[in-house]
Design a protein around this ligand. Structure first.
Ligand SMILES: NC(=O)c1ccc[n+]([C@@H]2O[C@H](COP(=O)([O-])OP(=O)(O)OC[C@H]3O[C@@H](n4cnc5c(N)ncnc54)[C@H](O)[C@@H]3O)[C@@H](O)[C@H]2O)c1
Length: 404
């Protein structure tokens, strides 16, 4: 069948098998092009032992998790075990983009002699942890890097079987702001009522640090966490204009809990030398970020400003920097962090020059000026790409079997 994007309310309901595979391949090529350059430099030149060897990526199939895995494997030659929750395809319906991305990743890694396995499982479950432990034991290795990159609307607590839902809401007062639909090019006002205490607690349960702790503790208890292992979980802070809906809202509370978990993990596993970090990443277009109110407009204006000043980065650029300039920057030196112990990859986004310009443009935006002042086309292109659409060289008129 011919597969075209089916988009409703900034959610794309399908994916293009060939396009998703091509996207992974292009990301791999970008990393391979850098090998011998910035990604590999810290490893091969000054610090040969400072590199990931056995990497577990939780949330491996898209966005920041996929980019992390691509950098670890193709930039550093690491073996990778990836866990993500995917929708399988049927004869009439495509799978989720991650289903195709995982398959492409495993194939591309195997072609280069790299060990890579992807499993579609609920990462919150005990079974997923048991599987990752079993894989390490069977392979005779221990994980020296664990990437935690989940973005999920729900979590079933493995202890109780209770399902919790995360919400993106302000706390204490309602929020309204201008938002843009990148697909219709229309501006609108988004209003969100404040979360109840229960919704705050539930969002922390889903997107906070508890599951990350369960993962690291389980790996350590079963001796499949290497001494001196590193772990990174991802977060966002963003500018004051987004704080009511993000940093000071339900998701911000969950991210605070992630920072609590990092401190707690580092204290608990100090003897084995674990380094658990929250990495504050830049705003990018992913399946998850597209559904946060006002974020599409902010990101579109941000892209306009950062593309013009040459500082624009996508997931892969960010993760290449995470590995080469932070986690594996140089042997014997601590990972560079801010005053709160967090890795900062958002420093380019948060520069005064960028934020002042973004604010100035946001103040001038109306329906007429929108196409000129915001990079809606860039947002749209990135969003489509995440689902395997709009990728040069892919024949979108061709018949494709979702199962092939
Ligand atoms: N997108 C941004 O702008 C941005 C910025 C900074 C930080 N972050 C953070 O980065 C992390 C990853 O977000 P993203 O934007 O890359 O999201 P994404 O939607 O692209 O990826 C989420 C991943 O989680 C997996 N997943 C979801 N539920 C799962 C489950 N139950 N079991 C197993 N896998 C599951 C998905 O399959 C996917 O691989 C999040 O913590 C997010 O807050 C995102």
């Amino acid at each position: 069948m011919k597969i075209s994007p089916m988009i409703r309310n900034n959610i794309c309901l399908n994916a293009h098998p060939v396009g998703c595979a091509r996207d992974v391949e292009e990301q791999m090529r970008r990393v391979l092009d850098k090998v011998g350059g910035s990604v590999r430099a810290g490893v091969s030149a000054s610090a040969p032992t400072k590199a990931p060897h056995h990497v577990l990526v939780i949330g491996c199939s898209s966005g920041y998790g996929l980019a992390s895995r691509i950098v670890a494997a193709f930039g550093y030659g690491a073996s990778t075990l990836g866990i993500s929750f995917e929708r399988e395809p049927s004869a009439t319906k495509t799978g989720s983009p991650g289903w195709y991305a995982n398959r492409a990743f495993d194939r591309l890694a195997a072609e280069r002699g790299l060990v890579a396995k992807s499993h579609s499982m609920d990462a919150f479950s005990r079974e997923a942890k048991a599987l990752a432990i079993g894989e390490a034991k069977a392979g005779g290795y221990a994980y020296d890097l664990v990437i935690y990159s989940l973005a999920s609307p729900v979590r079933v607590d493995p202890e109780t079987g209770t399902m919790y839902r995360s919400v993106i809401k302000p706390i204490g007062r309602s929020f309204s702001g201008t938002t843009a639909d990148p697909f219709t090019g229309k501006l609108s006002q988004a209003s969100v009522e404040p979360a109840s205490d229960q919704e705050v607690a539930d969002t922390v349960k889903v997107m906070g640090g508890q599951d990350w702790e369960l993962w690291i503790d389980a790996l350590a208890e079963t001796s499949v966490l290497a001494p001196g292992a590193l772990s990174a979980a991802y977060s966002y802070i963003g500018p004051p204009l987004s704080h009511p809906i993000y940093k000071d809202g339900t998701i911000g509370k969950a991210k605070e809990d992630l920072e609590r978990a990092a401190r707690s993990l580092n204290a608990r596993h100090a003897v084995s030398g674990l380094g658990a970090f929250v990495s504050i990443n830049k705003a990018v277009v992913t399946r998850s970020s597209a559904v946060i109110p006002i974020i599409p407009l902010y990101v579109s204006v941000l892209f306009k400003v950062m593309k013009e000043d040459g500082g624009h980065e996508d997931c892969l650029d960010q993760m290449a920097r995470l590995f080469s300039d932070r986690l594996y920057a140089s042997a014997g030196r601590p990972v560079p962090v801010d005053g709160e112990g967090r890795i900062r990859l958002d420093e380019l986004e948060m520069r005064d020059s960028v934020q002042n310009k973004v604010l100035e443009l946001m103040g001038k935006i109306d329906q007429e000026t929108l196409p000129k002042l915001a990079d809606l086309e860039g947002f749209k292109a990135d969003f489509l790409r995440v689902h395997g659409f709009g990728i040069p060289g892919v024949d979108y008129e061709a018949d494709v079997d979702p199962l092939a």
